[in-house]
Design a protein around this ligand. Structure first.
Ligand SMILES: NC(=O)C1=CN([C@@H]2O[C@H](COP(=O)(O)OP(=O)(O)OC[C@H]3O[C@@H](n4cnc5c(N)ncnc54)[C@H](OP(=O)(O)O)[C@@H]3O)[C@@H](O)[C@H]2O)C=CC1
Ligand SMILES: Nc1nc2c(ncn2[C@@H]2O[C@H](COP(=O)(O)O)[C@@H](O)[C@H]2O)c(=O)[nH]1
Length: 486
């Protein structure tokens, strides 16, 4: 990447910069390869953040099916992480996992479960997972919440074989004017489902798969406690990437934890032949990058204070505008043959493109993804009927209380006094893009387009060719669309 008018000599946020187009020989946006350049080589360079309000089993599965990753947060007990990863690994890499209910599940419970996925239906199954019917909110409209799924379900179900291709499923759905097909195995048991949009997506995205062809997922580990056993538990659970995670990554405690994690990771590799990359952070300087690489990091997580749930900068004055942090850290990591994740502060597709232009190998997103069907929280409705989910920072008093639940009451209360995050915020589901896949479509189509404007066929070429200028506040404002006249 180069600056249009030279390096301005001060630090920049994503909003401070823009890219100018260059002559391009790339004739289609579909010719752009979005494979991440961070060493993990996921088909798209996007990671759902290790935040309790964001990444759980559904997020992990959906992100991996579309080529990205999600990281389970450090606050989830290791046995729960193990169960969740095993579910992700058992999920079908092409067909979406379905919300399932039994014949006697109440309509109220069924409706609350439907909101956990983007398909808008629940599949009614028997004890052998054979499909009995489907329930959608339209089927349930007007019925008593204590009525049962059997009372409202439709039995007009489109079944396809699990060996059907997405194009075949799309054609069947078009012919039958149906919105969803259920995929069944040879014994008639439910495997998953697919919507017409899901079929199209399967033709555009490739899943992020592990060495056995199963969906990939990562696990975050904090820097306190027994690091070797926490790392071993994550590896035994099937983690495909480890994230050593703390607010101030450039500290001795992190360096010690990272060294211990690397020893354990290498031991595991010796036993299994499987080397799992270690991400560590957060840092915002070249010195931080180099110290953590020396301690064993393969990928650096970059960003102090840009997060939407973050109060660090206002409370401490510490942090760094994210575009410049990414630019400096990516260059420092590249010199050592390593890469970085740009973590936090992404609010628009353009921010992802700019992070990649600055050299990030992948981009981590938290709060934006919290406002989707697939995030962990329950879907709530405000007084105007708008759907939202609750989000909170991982350094908020709420998260700290949760993380320190084993401490004495006194130590717990004291730890919560050092909060650096918001304990409760509302992330509204965008009615046009309520699912995380809708956001992935929006982001990846934007990034593909950015690459063609720069004349780049891959993200490596994009980071080399991008030309970035610095803009005024009114320059930024000019680029914002208007939804009504001025
Ligand atoms: N990217 C960002 O800007 C930030 C991210 N976060 C996220 O919040 C979560 C919790 O992180 P964290 O608060 O580090 O908690 P952790 O539970 O990971 O522990 C942090 C450890 O580092 C010590 N420490 C020393 N200096 C600091 C400091 N300035 N800030 C925080 N800890 C410090 C703490 O000791 P003691 O408590 O005794 O001081 C504690 O032992 C993580 O997921 C992290 O990524 C949090 C803040 C900023
Ligand atoms: N200072 C704080 N930073 C936090 C907290 N919780 C999470 N985070 C960081 O934000 C990113 C995600 O950023 P977003 O803009 O996409 O939401 C996350 O990965 C952490 O690094 C917090 O409580 N305080």
């Amino acid at each position: 990447m180069r600056f249009l008018h030279g390096d301005p000599g001060y630090d920049l946020t994503y909003s401070d910069v823009f890219m100018v187009p260059s002559r391009s020989a790339v004739s289609s946006r579909l010719d752009v390869d979005l494979t991440s350049t961070d060493g993990l080589a996921t088909p798209i360079p996007l990671v759902a953040a290790n935040m309790t309000a964001v990444s759980g089993r559904r997020m992990a599965e959906t992100m991996a099916r579309r080529g990205g990753l999600a990281i389970f947060p450090q606050d989830i007990p290791s046995d729960v992480v193990a169960k969740s990863i095993s579910k992700v690994k058992r999920a079908h890499p092409i067909f979406d996992a379905a919300v399932t209910v039994a014949l006697d599940t109440t309509v109220g419970e069924t409706l609350s479960l439907i909101g956990k996925r983007a398909h808008g239906v629940a599949v009614v199954i028997d004890e052998d997972r054979r499909v009995l019917g489907l329930v959608s909110p339209q089927d349930a409209a007007g019925s008593d919440r204590f009525a049962q799924a059997r009372d409202v379900m439709t039995t007009d179900v489109t079944r396809v074989s699990v060996s059907s291709s997405p194009a075949e499923v799309f054609d069947v759905l078009s012919e039958q004017h149906q919105k969803v097909a259920v995929a069944v195995d040879d014994g008639g048991a439910l495997v998953g489902l697919m919507t017409p949009k899901g079929a199209l997506r399967s033709a555009i995205y490739s899943p992020a798969l592990d060495h056995e062809g199963r969906l990939r997922a990562g696990v975050a580990v904090g820097i306190n406690g027994d690091i070797p056993s926490k790392v071993r538990a994550a590896l035994d659970a099937g983690a495909d990437v480890l994230v050593m995670d703390t607010a101030h990554g450039h500290q001795d405690k992190m360096i010690g934890a990272l060294e211990a994690a690397r020893v354990e990771r290498d031991r595991f590799a010796g036993e299994t032949g499987r080397t799992v990359l270690i991400v560590a952070g957060n840092v915002v300087t070249a010195e931080g990058v180099n110290d953590l690489i020396n301690a064993g990091a393969d990928i650096l997580k970059v960003g102090v204070g840009p997060g939407a749930m973050c109060t660090t900068r206002m409370q401490t004055g510490v942090g760094r505008p994210q575009f410049s942090a990414v630019l400096e850290c990516a260059a420092a990591a590249k010199e050592r043959g390593k890469s970085i994740w740009a973590d936090g502060g992404v609010r628009h597709p353009r921010d992802v493109a700019l992070a990649l232009a600055a050299g990030a190998g992948s981009v981590m997103i938290g709060s934006w993804f919290a406002g989707t069907h697939e995030s962990t929280g329950d879907q709530l409705t405000d007084s105007q009927g708008r759907a939202y989910k609750e989000s909170f920072g991982m350094a908020s008093a709420r998260a700290v209380r949760n993380r320190t639940r084993e401490y004495s009451a006194f130590d717990r209360a004291r730890a919560a006094m050092f909060e650096e995050g918001i304990s409760s915020s509302r992330m509204y589901l965008d009615p046009r893009r309520p699912g995380v896949e809708d956001l992935l479509d929006w982001i990846t189509s934007g990034v593909r387009s950015s690459c063609t404007y720069a004349g780049a066929r891959s993200l490596e070429e994009f980071a080399e060719r991008a030309v970035v200028g610095v803009q005024s506040g009114s320059g930024y404002e000019e680029g914002r669309p208007l939804d009504q006249s001025w």
